[in-house]
Structure formats: C-alpha cells, structure tokens
Design a protein around this ligand. Structure first.
Ligand SMILES: C[S@@+](CC[C@H](N)C(=O)[O-])C[C@H]1O[C@@H](n2cnc3c(N)ncnc32)[C@H](O)[C@@H]1O
Length: 326
C-alpha cells in the first residue's frame, strides 16, 4: 500500500528490459569525456595499497564488471525522471537530520567530503557551500551528467566509479556521505561496499549515511493490519488483505530484500546495519531517523497520528574514541 515507492526504491524496468550503452566502460577510474564528466586524478596507489582478492571476506565475491555495467545502465534510465521514480530524503516535508549534522561539523570548511552514490546531485550544492572540497561519485554516467548540471561549484569533482571499487580513494576523505546508495541485493556486495567506504576515510574520518529501514516496513505493515482488522469480517481476512497491500510476498525478511519484477533492493534492520558497519571497521555508531510524511490513501491520511516511516541515519567513525569532532 505504498502510495509512494519505498525509500530508495524505484519503480522501474517492469519488463526487465535493459538498454545497452556501448559507451559504458566500467570498471576503473575511467575518463568520462563521453558524458561530459571529467576524470579525477587521485593520488596513484602503490601496489600494496590496492585491495586485492585475498582481503575479501571468505565468501566474498567481487561483483562482475558486466553486472556493474548493467546496474549502472538501470540507474542511467532513472536519472531522467528521478523524483517520479525515487522516494528520497530530499523531497518536500521530509525531516532529514543529515543536513543539520553536516552543517554542524566543526571545521567543515577545511574538510574534504565525498558523496558516494551522488545520483543527480541533490546534496551537492549543500556540500559545496560548506566544505572545502567535494568528491561526487557514482557509476551512472547519466546521473553524473545531471549532477554536474545541478552543481556548478568549482570545489566539486565528479568521478564515475563503482562503490564496489573505491580503492582509488584510499584514505582521501574526512567525511564520507552515502544517501540510499548502498542498495545492492547481494550481501557480499553490501559488505564489500561498506568496507570500501571505510577504506576511503582518513584515520579520524566520519561516515554519515542514510539507509532504507526494514523496521519501517514492518511498522507500516502492522498499522495496515490493525486498520484492516477494523474493516474485515475476521482476523484471517484482515491478515490476507494486509499482506496483499504491503506486498509481503515481495520481501525476504531475513535478507532484508524487496523484489519486484527484475528489480531487487536491500533494506536494513538497525541491528544488522550496526553489525555490518562494525564488521567493515566503523566504530562509535549513532543511529537517527530520516522521517517521511504520510501520504494520502483513497483521499485520506490514515496514520497521521502514528510515528512516521523512516530511513536510518547513521553516523560513525573509524577511530574507537567517538568524539563527533565536537
Ligand atoms: C537512490 S539513488 C540516491 C542518489 C543520491 N544519493 C540521493 O539521495 O539523491 C542511488 C544512487 O546510487 C548510485 N549507485 C548505486 N549503486 C552504485 C554503485 N555500486 N556504484 C556507484 N554508484 C551506485 C546510483 O547510480 C544512484 O545514483
């Protein structure tokens, strides 16, 4: 019964069609003349610094180049109608604590921040106006082109790169921001990305991330069930109706995955996200919520007196002594 798609989720590609973009040439820190996005020259990595396959978890599988390319093409298509397809923390009436947090970071004007999975650049002007340098990373050429149009600041560099391959940014960032961009349906890939994000940070670096919440899905489902109980002949009928409206059959509640057609997206339980981030090397985790407004269903807002749906807002650092830089 989502009047809008779930957070971070996009209604897309219902028939599983994928266009082939011959100009795509991931992976790697590749030149981007074709898209008008320019190549970024980061400090060359010594051989020993480059993450090698031995450092992957025992069950870890590096995502194939072809997979990465296909995924980037799906996001390319979404870039053209972003706000119609994506439920985002940057839409109207959302309470987004990330902004206050970043705004309040002491000394931010001397810091380098990365927006990992920057999309069409919703956050970039905000970052560019507050931080010394901004690195906008995405693997979708069209997202990056849109981002570049949306943010003409001199202190922003755009880089086409997969989040599964962040070694080129090893130890470069004071702050890594990622907003609903770690959505891969493979837990191996999720863990690989989180470890890669940790690797991009300087020793006292900070992660400020937003992740789709699985608990929020359960919260909404419970509300719908109670609502249906008041209108159904019996509890079994109410349950069936609630399951249909919440698309229960689309969810894998253990893996935290939502699948619709050929699309599959990761959602996170807070305890799971905590564990994954700790495993990736983060410490001092603090959780908050990005709150979404209730939408009208059949002309009414049913749950306006109930807590709103949310994404997780997470702050963390690499160092064990969390100081919030404050
Ligand atoms: C839901 S959008 C969020 C965009 C932006 N952070 C925002 O909130 O407006 C997800 C973005 O992550 C990017 N993305 C997803 N997986 C990625 C990956 N493996 N490497 C690089 N970018 C990725 C997509 O191209 C898309 O731009």
């Amino acid at each position: 019964m989502h009047s809008a798609p779930p957070r971070g989720w996009c209604k897309r590609d219902p028939e599983g069609k994928r266009e082939v973009d011959e100009t795509s040439a991931l992976p790697g820190n590749c030149p981007l003349e074709a898209t008008g996005v320019y190549h970024i020259d980061f400090r060359p990595l010594a051989d020993k610094e480059v993450q090698n396959d031995n450092e992957l978890p025992r069950h870890g599988q590096r995502e194939s180049t072809e997979n990465v390319r296909m995924n980037a093409q799906v996001w390319d298509r979404i870039s053209e109608s972003y706000f119609e397809e994506i439920s985002t923390p940057f839409q109207a009436e959302v309470v987004n604590p990330l902004l206050d947090y970043l705004d309040g970071l002491p000394g931010r004007e001397n810091l380098t921040v990365a927006d990992l999975g920057c999309g069409i650049g919703n956050l970039l002007p905000f970052l560019a106006g507050r931080f010394k340098a901004v690195v906008a990373v995405d693997f979708s050429p069209k997202m990056l082109s849109a981002a570049q149009e949306n943010c003409a600041y001199d202190n922003v560099q755009f880089c086409r790169q997969s989040l599964t391959d962040l070694a080129v940014f090893q130890g470069q960032f004071d702050v890594a921001v990622t907003v609903n961009s770690v959505l891969a349906p493979s837990l191996d890939v999720v863990d690989q990305i989180l470890r890669g994000v940790a690797g991009t940070l300087k020793p006292a670096g900070i992660l400020a991330g937003i992740f789709p919440s699985m608990e929020s899905v359960l919260h909404e489902g419970g509300l719908i069930l109670d609502w249906e109980r008041q209108r159904s002949e019996n509890e079994q009928q109410a349950l069936r109706r609630a399951q249909r409206k919440t698309k229960t059959s689309c969810y894998d509640f253990i893996a935290g995955l939502y699948t619709e057609g050929s699309d599959c997206q990761k959602f996170y339980y807070s305890f799971e996200l905590r564990r994954r981030l700790q495993k990736a090397g983060f410490r001092g985790l603090q959780f908050g919520k990005v709150l979404y407004p209730w939408h009208k269903e059949d002309g009414e807002i049913r749950f306006s007196s109930e807590p709103r749906l949310w994404d997780w807002f997470v702050r963390a650092t690499l160092s064990s002594g969390w100081s919030d830089r404050g």
